[in-house]
Write a protein that binds this ligand. Sequence first.
Ligand code: PLP
Length: 499
Amino acid sequence: MTTAIANPAEALLFETSVEGRRCLRLPELDVPKVDIKQALKGAKLRAKPANLPEVGELDLVRHFKNLAQKNFSVDRNFYPLGSCTMKYNPKINVTLLAQPGFTRAHPHLPEADLQGHIELMYNLEGYLREVSGLPAITLQPAAGAQGEMTGLMVIKAYFEEKGEGKVRTEIVIPDSAHGTNPATAALAGFKTVTLKGKPDGSVDLELLKSLVGPQTAGMMITNPSTLGLLEPNMVEIARILHGVGAQLYMDGANMNAIQGIVRPGDYGVDVMHYNLHKTYSVPHGAGGPGAGPIAVAAHLEPYLPVPRPVKHDDGTFSLDYKRKKSIGKVRSFFGNYGALVMAYIYMSQLGREGVRRNAENAVLNANYLRVKLRNEFKVFTDRICAHEVVFTDAIQAKQNDIHALDVAKRLIDYNIHPMTIYFPQANVTNGEGAMMVEPTETESKQTLDFFIDVMKKIAQETKENPTLLKEAPHNMPVVRLDEVRASTQPQLYCPMCMA
Ligand SMILES: Cc1ncc(COP(=O)(O)O)c(C=O)c1O
């Protein structure tokens, strides 16, 4: 709450400015004075000094420290946006990445001086191969969406070589796919065919059979889906696709839920991408930086981008650029190298057991919230979920016209970052406002219980004092903006940053 007595540390610098006040006073001039106008004759100089606030150093420090404290961050607050935007990034990742061996390395160094770096990439590929169950990896793509693009370019190159490039023009995409999937397919020059999901969010196999044929290049499936649900029929889906000669692409950005437990390659996936920045803790948000490596089946390996790290019999490493069928480069140098290093550190620390344990805990945490909150908030598909759970505002909308946006804004008052809202979109959730909660594996039971208590309180407030929600947040420097349209015309966005 704002206090009635104004605290100068909270004011704008212009409001506390006093003429003549300084942070630093320079010593008396001990060199000849220069007339600047004379010295820079002919130059365009401003007529008057800039109008800058004049404050003391302590006031300046307090002002900026106060501003910094107003930021939400995963280091200070619970972030149910989860891995999608801000999974906790262990400090050791950054500490090690800051070592001069990494910060001073230049990609143009001769190969002999890059040995350690190539070895790191080679080993990271090994980890990712093991998790995917697929034999070949490229680390080049700098984001999940670029991984999708690379995967589809690889599929295209494969069909072109088979002489089917002109025929296989369609990509089938379930409506529970991540939004980047149809966008990527369109950008890669394919026609997208939407596959309406069954009411429980899974793929309708009969409908899929009716949509695929010789024109199908592949299917892009997000598994677990954006509804936070595991697709139960992956083996059958792969069989249907392969039956018509098409490829199965899996958006593996949600590997957080299945890594170390089940391998996409084993259930028939031909290509998949990882979001290292989601699963392996590289901090991202607002678009980067990240890394979206792809893993492919053996028949697609020849088309992977260059360079590929290679290990020789004598234990040395090199970068292979001479691959005739490669689609070429998709990113400068070796990809988003810093992100690769952090993912490598993270995976090395976890080991095989740790990777699996992370998935188990991510799934356990999401299901704990699902079960504890299912009486207060409608769970869109109330079955065991993966790493995230989608609630909707159906109960609150009926009770007192309270919507996902209002719940999200009220969370801010309790120092919790809002969850993702209105995603999946209304066409998937039958018009109900989605509230997607992904706690991730790093949150303790105490924090989850705190979130549960707050959500229950908000459910109570909905019944007793809906205005409290309609006008939230109350204790932030910026209160509710003009978002009436957003609440009546649901769309995907983050209620904190409006992105
Ligand atoms: C399931 C899924 N697929 C694809 C993407 C796109 O990844 P990026 O934002 O790195 O391009 C995301 C983003 O988080 C995602 O959650």
